[in-house]
Design a binder for this molecule. Structure first.
Ligand SMILES: Cc1cc2nc3c(=O)[nH]c(=O)nc-3n(C[C@H](O)[C@H](O)[C@H](O)COP(=O)(O)O)c2cc1C
Length: 175
Protein backbone atom coordinates (compact mmCIF):
# COMPACT_ATOMS: atom_id res chain seq x y z
CA UNK A 1 0.00 0.00 0.00
CA UNK A 2 1.13 3.52 -0.75
CA UNK A 3 0.24 6.51 1.45
CA UNK A 4 0.24 9.67 -0.66
CA UNK A 5 2.14 12.53 0.99
CA UNK A 6 3.01 16.17 0.43
CA UNK A 7 6.78 15.91 -0.24
CA UNK A 8 7.42 19.16 1.62
CA UNK A 9 6.04 17.63 4.84
CA UNK A 10 9.01 15.24 4.59
CA UNK A 11 11.60 17.78 3.39
CA UNK A 12 13.57 17.48 6.65
CA UNK A 13 13.64 13.67 6.46
CA UNK A 14 14.87 13.72 2.86
CA UNK A 15 17.49 16.45 3.26
CA UNK A 16 18.82 15.02 6.55
CA UNK A 17 19.10 11.54 5.02
CA UNK A 18 21.12 12.80 2.04
CA UNK A 19 24.60 13.02 3.65
CA UNK A 20 24.45 9.29 4.49
CA UNK A 21 23.03 8.57 1.04
CA UNK A 22 19.63 7.84 -0.44
CA UNK A 23 18.84 5.97 -3.65
CA UNK A 24 17.92 7.20 -7.11
CA UNK A 25 16.51 4.58 -9.47
CA UNK A 26 16.49 4.81 -13.25
CA UNK A 27 15.40 2.42 -15.95
CA UNK A 28 15.76 2.00 -19.68
CA UNK A 29 15.08 -0.91 -21.97
CA UNK A 30 14.34 -3.21 -19.03
CA UNK A 31 17.58 -2.36 -17.27
CA UNK A 32 16.78 -1.12 -13.77
CA UNK A 33 19.51 0.55 -11.76
CA UNK A 34 19.96 2.29 -8.41
CA UNK A 35 22.69 4.71 -7.47
CA UNK A 36 23.42 6.34 -4.15
CA UNK A 37 23.18 10.12 -4.08
CA UNK A 38 24.39 12.44 -1.35
CA UNK A 39 23.52 15.71 -3.03
CA UNK A 40 20.05 16.91 -3.92
CA UNK A 41 17.74 19.90 -3.71
CA UNK A 42 14.04 19.96 -2.90
CA UNK A 43 12.05 23.06 -3.80
CA UNK A 44 9.74 24.83 -6.20
CA UNK A 45 10.28 26.20 -9.71
CA UNK A 46 7.77 26.97 -12.45
CA UNK A 47 5.12 26.57 -9.74
CA UNK A 48 5.71 22.83 -9.36
CA UNK A 49 7.57 20.74 -6.74
CA UNK A 50 11.09 19.84 -7.89
CA UNK A 51 13.79 17.43 -6.74
CA UNK A 52 17.12 18.25 -8.39
CA UNK A 53 19.73 15.47 -8.48
CA UNK A 54 23.36 16.00 -9.48
CA UNK A 55 24.79 13.10 -11.48
CA UNK A 56 28.32 12.92 -12.88
CA UNK A 57 28.52 12.28 -16.60
CA UNK A 58 30.48 9.04 -16.13
CA UNK A 59 27.72 7.32 -14.12
CA UNK A 60 25.60 4.61 -15.75
CA UNK A 61 22.68 6.45 -14.16
CA UNK A 62 23.53 9.48 -16.31
CA UNK A 63 23.14 7.34 -19.47
CA UNK A 64 19.81 5.94 -18.29
CA UNK A 65 18.30 9.32 -17.33
CA UNK A 66 19.50 10.81 -20.62
CA UNK A 67 17.59 8.06 -22.42
CA UNK A 68 14.32 8.22 -20.48
CA UNK A 69 14.13 11.52 -18.59
CA UNK A 70 12.74 9.83 -15.49
CA UNK A 71 13.99 8.86 -12.04
CA UNK A 72 12.65 7.90 -8.65
CA UNK A 73 14.04 9.13 -5.35
CA UNK A 74 13.91 6.49 -2.60
CA UNK A 75 14.69 7.50 0.98
CA UNK A 76 14.47 5.72 4.32
CA UNK A 77 11.90 6.63 6.94
CA UNK A 78 13.41 6.80 10.42
CA UNK A 79 16.54 4.87 11.32
CA UNK A 80 18.50 3.18 8.56
CA UNK A 81 18.31 -0.61 8.81
CA UNK A 82 21.53 -2.65 8.44
CA UNK A 83 20.33 -3.97 5.06
CA UNK A 84 19.52 -0.46 3.81
CA UNK A 85 22.94 0.83 4.93
CA UNK A 86 24.59 -2.05 3.04
CA UNK A 87 22.57 -1.25 -0.08
CA UNK A 88 23.64 2.39 0.09
CA UNK A 89 27.26 1.24 0.22
CA UNK A 90 26.87 -1.13 -2.73
CA UNK A 91 24.87 1.27 -4.90
CA UNK A 92 27.40 4.02 -4.16
CA UNK A 93 30.50 2.05 -5.11
CA UNK A 94 29.52 -0.36 -7.91
CA UNK A 95 28.20 0.52 -11.34
CA UNK A 96 25.05 -0.86 -12.89
CA UNK A 97 27.15 -1.33 -16.02
CA UNK A 98 28.82 -4.28 -14.29
CA UNK A 99 26.08 -5.84 -12.16
CA UNK A 100 22.44 -5.86 -11.13
CA UNK A 101 22.94 -3.93 -7.88
CA UNK A 102 19.30 -4.09 -6.83
CA UNK A 103 19.26 -7.89 -6.97
CA UNK A 104 22.67 -8.14 -5.29
CA UNK A 105 21.48 -5.89 -2.45
CA UNK A 106 18.34 -8.01 -2.06
CA UNK A 107 16.05 -4.99 -2.44
CA UNK A 108 12.38 -5.44 -3.29
CA UNK A 109 11.08 -3.36 -6.17
CA UNK A 110 7.62 -1.83 -6.15
CA UNK A 111 6.06 -0.65 -9.40
CA UNK A 112 5.81 3.14 -9.58
CA UNK A 113 2.47 4.74 -10.40
CA UNK A 114 3.52 7.20 -13.11
CA UNK A 115 7.18 6.81 -14.11
CA UNK A 116 9.03 3.70 -15.29
CA UNK A 117 11.82 3.51 -12.67
CA UNK A 118 10.56 1.57 -9.65
CA UNK A 119 10.17 2.41 -5.99
CA UNK A 120 11.94 0.28 -3.34
CA UNK A 121 10.20 -1.31 -0.36
CA UNK A 122 13.23 -0.91 1.93
CA UNK A 123 13.43 2.84 1.07
CA UNK A 124 9.75 3.64 1.44
CA UNK A 125 9.73 7.44 1.10
CA UNK A 126 9.31 7.83 -2.66
CA UNK A 127 9.33 10.74 -5.11
CA UNK A 128 8.43 9.90 -8.71
CA UNK A 129 10.19 12.46 -10.92
CA UNK A 130 10.24 13.46 -14.57
CA UNK A 131 13.05 15.69 -15.83
CA UNK A 132 11.81 19.13 -16.86
CA UNK A 133 15.22 20.77 -17.14
CA UNK A 134 18.82 19.56 -17.14
CA UNK A 135 22.10 21.39 -17.27
CA UNK A 136 25.73 20.38 -17.34
CA UNK A 137 27.69 22.23 -14.66
CA UNK A 138 30.88 23.46 -16.41
CA UNK A 139 33.86 23.17 -14.06
CA UNK A 140 35.02 26.69 -14.95
CA UNK A 141 31.79 28.12 -13.51
CA UNK A 142 32.06 26.38 -10.13
CA UNK A 143 33.62 28.28 -7.23
CA UNK A 144 37.26 27.19 -6.85
CA UNK A 145 36.57 26.22 -3.20
CA UNK A 146 34.99 23.10 -4.65
CA UNK A 147 37.90 22.05 -6.89
CA UNK A 148 38.52 19.12 -4.53
CA UNK A 149 35.39 17.46 -5.92
CA UNK A 150 36.89 17.37 -9.41
CA UNK A 151 40.25 15.61 -9.50
CA UNK A 152 41.66 15.09 -13.03
CA UNK A 153 42.36 11.51 -14.14
CA UNK A 154 40.27 9.95 -11.37
CA UNK A 155 36.68 8.67 -11.13
CA UNK A 156 35.95 12.13 -9.71
CA UNK A 157 37.10 14.14 -12.71
CA UNK A 158 33.76 14.39 -14.51
CA UNK A 159 31.32 17.28 -14.07
CA UNK A 160 27.76 16.85 -12.81
CA UNK A 161 24.55 17.27 -14.73
CA UNK A 162 21.79 18.86 -12.65
CA UNK A 163 18.55 17.02 -13.37
CA UNK A 164 15.49 18.95 -12.25
CA UNK A 165 12.77 16.36 -11.78
CA UNK A 166 9.19 17.50 -11.39
CA UNK A 167 7.76 15.50 -8.51
CA UNK A 168 4.71 13.89 -10.10
CA UNK A 169 3.80 11.76 -7.12
CA UNK A 170 5.09 11.33 -3.57
CA UNK A 171 4.22 8.54 -1.15
CA UNK A 172 5.38 6.21 1.59
CA UNK A 173 5.21 2.49 0.91
CA UNK A 174 3.49 0.76 3.80
CA UNK A 175 3.16 -2.96 4.47
C1 LIG B 1 27.18 8.50 0.14
C2 LIG B 1 27.38 8.61 -1.35
C3 LIG B 1 26.82 9.68 -2.04
C4 LIG B 1 27.00 9.83 -3.43
N1 LIG B 1 26.44 10.89 -4.07
C5 LIG B 1 26.56 11.02 -5.43
C6 LIG B 1 25.91 12.11 -6.11
O1 LIG B 1 25.15 12.91 -5.53
N2 LIG B 1 26.14 12.23 -7.45
C7 LIG B 1 26.93 11.34 -8.15
O2 LIG B 1 27.10 11.50 -9.37
N3 LIG B 1 27.54 10.28 -7.51
C8 LIG B 1 27.35 10.10 -6.18
N4 LIG B 1 27.92 9.03 -5.53
C9 LIG B 1 28.68 8.02 -6.31
C10 LIG B 1 27.77 7.03 -7.08
O3 LIG B 1 26.75 6.54 -6.24
C11 LIG B 1 28.64 5.85 -7.59
O4 LIG B 1 29.62 6.33 -8.48
C12 LIG B 1 27.82 4.75 -8.25
O5 LIG B 1 28.67 3.61 -8.35
C13 LIG B 1 27.28 5.11 -9.62
O6 LIG B 1 26.50 4.04 -10.06
P1 LIG B 1 26.06 3.81 -11.59
O7 LIG B 1 27.30 3.78 -12.44
O8 LIG B 1 25.33 2.51 -11.56
O9 LIG B 1 25.17 4.97 -11.94
C14 LIG B 1 27.75 8.87 -4.15
C15 LIG B 1 28.30 7.77 -3.46
C16 LIG B 1 28.11 7.63 -2.09
C17 LIG B 1 28.69 6.43 -1.37
Amino acid sequence: MKKTINPFDYAGDIIKALPKGILLTSEAEDCVNAMTIGWGTLGIEWGVPIFAAYVRTNRFTHDLIERTGEFTICAPVGELTKEAAKAIGLCGTKSGRDMDKLAKAGLHLVEADIVRPPAIKEFPLTLECRVVFSQLQPLKDINSRFNKFYVPNTAHSEPHVAYYGEILKAYIIED
